[in-house]
Design a protein around this ligand. Structure first.
Ligand SMILES: Nc1ncnc2c1ncn2[C@@H]1O[C@H](COP(=O)(O)OP(=O)(O)OP(=O)(O)O)[C@@H](O)[C@H]1O
Ligand SMILES: [Mg+2]
Length: 278
């Protein structure tokens, strides 16, 4: 079995701002250093090729940071991440060729249409114009975009439509590993289902490995083969949805994934976060 991701003891902290204005407002911690936030705290896990792997956790628990580390956009302070055997720090170019990422803050040329934006993206991936034009239209229609929307400026589109264009752009390069940071946040129920079925189809049809984060527990339950629940940067549970529910199930009581989430998260005191309230 091929491992798509191996993460071993990954640790990432962020320093809080150190500008002169903040210096007067922020208290230094007891050893005189700048306050830090530990975003990812000694995290280890493996994702098998062909899995849909979910990462759930409260706001600020480190999900997006973890995705950015896997995507080579951030460097870990400690630990190791391998993507299909390539080290994200030593071999970032090899990793980048195998992955793509969809995030909520996807950026576009707003005056240009989805077709123009995606053709630009396709050229970056070295695809030829004719081939990509057909593929772009195919993907956008599959994602539920109307034909006329494909050619109007992005700035005239709703957030949900823009999110679909972001997903389409990530699919263009046919990644072996797709990192999806809240792919369905802000989508209406129909769009959400369309995106979810594209995720399933992509996984089952093309064998694409998918790591996704979501705040929708039902979505995670339906889509994911296995789920890691993280809290304050630490993995607090990792199993398939059934296995996670078993953790808190007792006689006659069948918990939902939301019950598991509520039970396992939000109880850790964030010791490192000493950012004073102002
Ligand atoms: N660039 C950064 N600089 C400083 N702190 C950061 C930075 N990025 C993230 N953090 C901090 O790291 C912690 C984890 O943030 P992260 O964005 O990974 O959480 P998340 O689980 O994705 O949250 P959400 O569910 O709200 O998207 C938070 O305390 C956040 O403030
Ligand atoms: Mg996030």
């Amino acid at each position: 079995m091929t491992q798509a991701i191996i993460a071993h003891n990954v640790f990432k902290k962020f320093g809080k701002p150190d500008g002169s204005f903040w210096k007067h407002i922020l208290k230094q911690n007891s050893n005189g250093q700048r306050p830090v936030v530990v975003a990812v705290d000694s995290v280890s896990f493996e994702v098998q090729e062909g899995e849909i792997f979910g990462v759930l956790g409260p706001n600020g628990s480190g999900k997006s940071t973890l995705i950015r580390l896997i995507a080579t956009l951030l460097l870990p302070d400690k630990g190791e991440i391998k993507v299909f055997g390539y080290d994200v720090v030593q071999q970032p170019m090899e990793v980048q060729r195998l992955i793509n990422r969809v995030s909520v803050e996807a950026s576009f040329f707003k005056k240009l249409s989805p077709m123009e934006n995606l053709l630009y993206g396709a050229r970056l991936y070295g695809m030829n114009g004719r081939e990509s034009r057909i593929r772009i239209e195919e993907i956008l229609i599959r994602l539920g975009l109307k034909k006329r929307s494909i050619f109007k400026p992005m700035e005239e589109m709703s957030r949900g439509m823009q999110q679909k264009v972001a997903i389409a752009r990530a699919l263009l390069s046919r990644p072996r590993l797709l990192l999806m940071d809240e792919p369905t946040t802000g989508l209406d129920p129909r769009s959400k289902r369309e995106v979810q079925s594209v995720i399933k189809e992509l996984n089952q049809g093309s064998g694409t490995t998918i790591l996704l984060t979501t705040h929708d527990m039902l979505e995670a339950d339906n889509l994911c083969d296995r789920i890691a629940i993280i809290d304050s940067g630490k993995i607090v549970a990792l199993d398939n949805p059934q296995g996670l529910k078993k953790i808190i199930s007792s006689n006659g009581y069948e918990p939902t994934l939301e019950d598991v989430f509520l039970e396992l998260t939000g109880k850790t005191l964030v010791k490192d976060e000493i950012y004073p309230l102002i």
